[in-house]
Design a protein around this ligand. Structure first.
Ligand code: GLP
Length: 235
């Protein structure tokens, strides 16, 4: 893993934007995209740039079960607002959180990933080390699956909802094995609340207790993190 330490989320977003530019110049056609507060500044850089995505495909990591794109808390709504409304793509894929048969939806999403291999994937990280919605304990072999969100993730994400009990208890997420198939990965992390997870991911043992530690096995991962998020690293 290559680590780039930045002074601010804005500096990190600009670095990430440079990496996207490079990837697209190198022929990347399918982007793996993430939600959460971490990539917001990066998406601002992108929508204010001259980059054109009309020939590109995006595949998102995850979606809450029970929310459709008209719900402001859904990841579909987030992506439309922060990215797709400003920069249209050829195709945008997110799991359908309203599917009646979620198992079938998971299989269908795996097929989408297989048909659109991800060239360049961005990731945030949860305080407990989750990526996408792959919570601690998720097998490394997992493909797209339905997830029971942990208490800590529900609490961490409650800030986007009016009440904690409005946070969906389930999500549908691309699995760790699917994320590992992306050709290149850029993970961003900002703030002290991510320091434990970043330490475990980079310096800890590879363990399903900290899902992001699987990235130690990936040949092309760049981590962009600020000083607070890297404060617990030993070197
Ligand atoms: C959610 C998303 C993850 C994201 C994480 C961190 O759980 N499923 O993809 O990385 O939150 O969110 P934030 O960037 O807001 O800290």
């Amino acid at each position: 893993m290559e680590l780039i330490v930045v002074k601010s989320q804005l500096e990190g977003a600009k670095k990430c934007f440079d990496l996207l530019n490079e990837a697209m110049a190198g022929g990347a056609k399918t982007l793996g995209l993430a939600t959460g507060s971490t990539p917001v500044e990066f998406y601002n850089q992108v929508v204010n740039s001259g980059l054109d995505f009309t020939d590109m495909t995006s595949v998102n990591l995850d979606e809450y079960v029970g929310l459709d794109g008209s719900n402001e808390q859904s990841y579909r709504y987030f992506m439309n607002k922060h990215f797709f409304e400003e920069k249209p793509f050829k195709e945008n894929f997110l799991p359908n959180g309203k599917a009646t048969d979620l198992e079938a939806e998971a299989k269908h999403y795996d097929q989408i990933i297989e048909n659109h291999p991800i060239d360049w994937q961005i990731l945030g990280i949860g305080q407990n080390g989750h990526i996408g919605f792959n919570e601690p304990g998720t097998p490394f072999e997992a493909t797209t699956h339905v997830v029971d969100l942990t208490e800590s993730t529900i609490k961490a994400n409650a800030r986007f909802f009016e009440h904690e009990d409005e946070v969906p208890k389930k999500a549908i997420s691309m699995g760790l094995a699917s994320i590992m198939k992306s050709k290149k990965i850029v993970l961003m992390a900002y703030g002290e609340s991510k320091a434990e997870a970043i330490k475990g991911m980079i310096e800890g043992e590879k363990t399903t207790a900290l899902p992001a530690s699987i990235l130690q096995d990936h040949a092309h991962v760049i981590v962009i993190a600020d000083e607070a998020a890297t404060s617990l690293l030993s070197k």
